[in-house]
Structures are given as structure tokens and as C-alpha cells.
Ligand binder design. Structure first.
Ligand code: FAD
Length: 330
């Protein structure tokens, strides 16, 4: 059985029936068999294979980038198997600005709309004009406009009505020529009149300092989503925890940083065998050696339990956890 260890950034030792890399729609259609359990993979930075997967893993390597511009916009079509950060860097070199806050997010372009990747106050949905895909059931191509993708916080139609039903082959981005940098968040907020390139460089610097590099320390980025709670619930919490941070979401909801909640429950730096809650960013769980899927699940559940007991908040995993048959939920 081929090993999946190099195909997902958490790098658990897991195998599957077969791994096929495809670089075109035709080669995907040749490899895809609807009667066989299949997992479509990009860079594997949001997927964790907890143990052996009883099916075929199809790895998207569809490449190609084309660009044209109008008076007001840059229009860029990108093959789903392109590397996300390399694409952002190419945009910077060409002065197609807008994606700078999303620098250094690992993974493929094709996976970027699935969880509507976001960082430093920017989410990708703002720049997606449309997505080209194949409907797995009929093998027919279709195009969906960004406006119809039901984008939300780490969410899109590809996690709901189109979940497991489509292969994304191309993402069409539109970047306005007239734009304002977004420097409202964290370390960017203290910068003095930054340009898009300044933001790009700063984001890379901060991410390198804070987040473990999956090539050196297996991880899948933020293990949990930042929970959204009602304002009433938040005000109750604030009476006990004066320093609890929050970001406004709507008139009666706020987002609470999951890292803060996990830190407060004392998990920062704690390990269960070879799975550790990262010492400088407790939202990231890491593989510090020869981690086992069972230990990852056990530590994640302990954290969820502790946060729920202390704050009455249920944490939800951001990562896709893949078991023997396919995706599992905690
Ligand atoms: C160190 C680190 C930092 C991170 N930081 C961030 C961050 O700041 N913000 C953020 O939003 N995310 C972040 N992530 C998460 C991750 O990088 C993103 O979710 C990324 O978009 C995943 O891309 P991928 O190609 O690796 O996805 P994969 O793990 O390969 O796939 C993710 C899901 O999409 C499906 N899929 C993949 N490609 C296709 C396709 N072409 N068609 C249909 N389905 C497909 C898979 O089946 C799977 O369900 C981080 C991860 C790491 C390891």
C-alpha cells in the first residue's frame, strides 16, 4: 500500500489503496471511478489522514495561469493544482495586488475557495469571480460564480450542497486595479502607510515567526475554527474573564480567538505522546515525532472538552480528518 505521509502536512504514517496524480481533466476522468471510495487532494495542508484510508487518493496537479486586464481590473485564471503561495508571489511580481494578506498559506489554488481561506483581515471570496469544476456524477464541466458559492467564515457551498460532488479545476480571480491595502489586523495595524509589498513581506515575516513550518514540524495549521458566540454569551464570559478578546461579526455575535481559549485552559505546550499543542500558537497541533492518529483525536477531544467546560463554547475542527472510510467528525 502506498504511503500518504508525504502527501499531508501533518505527516502521520498512513497508507491507502493507491495514489494517482493527475494534471488534466482527462487524466482525472481516466483515474476516477465512482464505485471506488475516493479522496481528492491538493497540498494536503487541511487534511489529516488519521490512519490507513481504504480508498484511492487523487492528487490535483492541474497547472496553468493566464491573465488579461481591463481598464479597471486584472483577470487571472489559475489551474487548481497551482501552489497558492507561488501564485500570490507571482501576483506581487506583476503588481496585481489584493492577495498580499494571504501570503504563505500552504496548499493549492483549487482548495482555496473550499474553506474560503483567510488571514489578516482578508478572505479569498472577495477576489473570486468564478470557479470551473467537474460534476463527479455526470463528469460534466460547470462554472459557478463566486457570488453563488455561499462563502462564509471557513465555509462555502463546497462543504455543503457540493460536498464531495465536484472537482475544482480552475479558479478565476478578479483583482481591482484601484484598491486599498488592508492593514487593520494584528501586527499589520502598527505599520506606517504600508504598500501591498510591505504587507506581503510583513505577513511572511510574522507567519514564519509564529507558525511552525510543516516541512520541519508536521501540522495542519489552525486545528480549530475561531468560534462565533452570541453577544449575550460573550458578556457573561467577560464578567468572569475580563481580558477575553473578541472581533465583531454582526450586531449580536462576536468571534472569540480559539487560541486564547485553549491557552486559558492550560494546553499550550502540552503533549500527548507525539502530538503537541504548539508552544507559541496553541491553535496549532503538531506532530513532534511519530504521532498516531488516535493521539491526535484524543488530544483534540481533551481540548474541546476543557474549553466547553470552562467557557460553554464548543470548538469545531477546521481541519478535514480522514479515517478508514473517508471524512470523520469529532
Ligand atoms: C502552517 C499552516 C498554516 C495555515 N494557515 C492558514 C490560514 O492562515 N488561513 C486559512 O484559511 N487556512 C490556513 N491553513 C489551512 C490550509 O492551508 C488551507 O485550507 C488550504 O487552502 C488547503 O489547501 P490544500 O490544497 O492543502 O488542501 P487539501 O488538504 O489538499 O484539501 C482540503 C479539502 O479540499 C478538498 N479539495 C482539495 N482540492 C480540491 C479540488 N481541486 N476540488 C475539489 N475538492 C478539493 C479536499 O478533498 C479536502 O476536503 C494553514 C495550513 C497550514 C499547514
Amino acid at each position: 500500500m502506498p504511503s500518504l505521509q508525504q502527501y499531508h502536512t501533518f505527516s502521520l504514517a498512513s497508507n491507502c489503496a493507491s495514489i494517482v496524480e493527475f494534471d488534466s481533466v482527462d487524466s482525472f476522468l481516466n483515474a476516477y471511478n465512482p464505485t471506488v471510495n475516493t479522496y481528492i487532494l491538493g497540498g494536503g495542508s487541511n487534511s489529516v489522514f488519521l490512519n490507513d484510508f481504504d480508498g484511492v487518493v487523487l492528487v490535483n496537479k492541474i497547472k496553468g495561469i493566464s491573465h488579461y486586464d481591463t481598464e479597471s481590473h486584472h483577470h487571472i485564471s489559475v489551474g487548481a493544482g497551482e501552489d497558492w503561495h507561488e501564485f500570490v508571489s507571482l501576483c506581487m511580481q506583476n503588481e496585481w495586488f489584493g492577495l498580499e494578506n494571504l501570503a504563505l498559506i500552504p496548499g493549492s489554488v483549487g482548495a482555496s475557495p473550499i474553506q474560503n481561506i483567510g488571514a489578516y483581515g482578508v478572505e479569498i471570496h472577495a477576489f473570486i469571480d468564478s470557479i470551473e469544476a467537474i460534476l463527479l456524477e455526470t463528469k460534466e464541466p460547470f462554472l459557478i460564480k463566486g457570488a453563488d458559492c455561499q462563502f462564509g467564515y471557513r465555509d462555502s457551498i463546497f462543504k455543503h450542497a457540493l460536498y464531495g460532488k465536484a472537482l475544482i479545476t480552475k479558479v478565476n480571480f478578479t483583482l481591482p486595479k484601484e484598491y486599498e491595502v488592508v492593514a487593520t489586523y494584528g501586527e499589520l495595524a502598527v505599520m506606517d502607510s504600508p504598500t501591498a509589498l510591505d504587507i506581503y513581506n510583513k505577513v511572511i515575516e510574522v507567519r514564519k515567526a509564529k507558525l511552525p513550518d510543516p516541512k520541519q514540524l508536521g501540522n495542519a495549521g489552525s486545528f480549530f475554527k475561531n468560534p462565533v458566540v452570541s453577544l449575550t454569551h460573550f458578556e457573561e464570559l467577560k464578567r468572569v474573564h475580563f481580558d477575553i478578546p473578541s472581533y465583531p461579526v454582526s450586531e449580536n455575535q462576536v468571534k472569540v480567538p480559539a487560541a486564547w481559549l485553549i491557552d486559558k485552559t492550560g494546553f499550550k505546550g502540552k503533549a500527548l505522546n507525539d502530538v503537541r499543542c504548539h508552544p507559541t500558537q496553541p491553535l496549532v497541533l503538531t506532530n513532534i515525532g511519530n504521532a498516531q492518529g488516535g493521539d491526535l483525536i484524543a488530544l483534540a477531544k481533551q481540548i474541546m472538552h476543557a474549553v466547553e467546560s470552562e467557557f460553554k463554547i464548543l470548538l469545531e475542527p477546521e481541519v478535514r480528518l480522514v479515517g478508514k472510510e473517508g471524512l470523520i467528525s469529532l
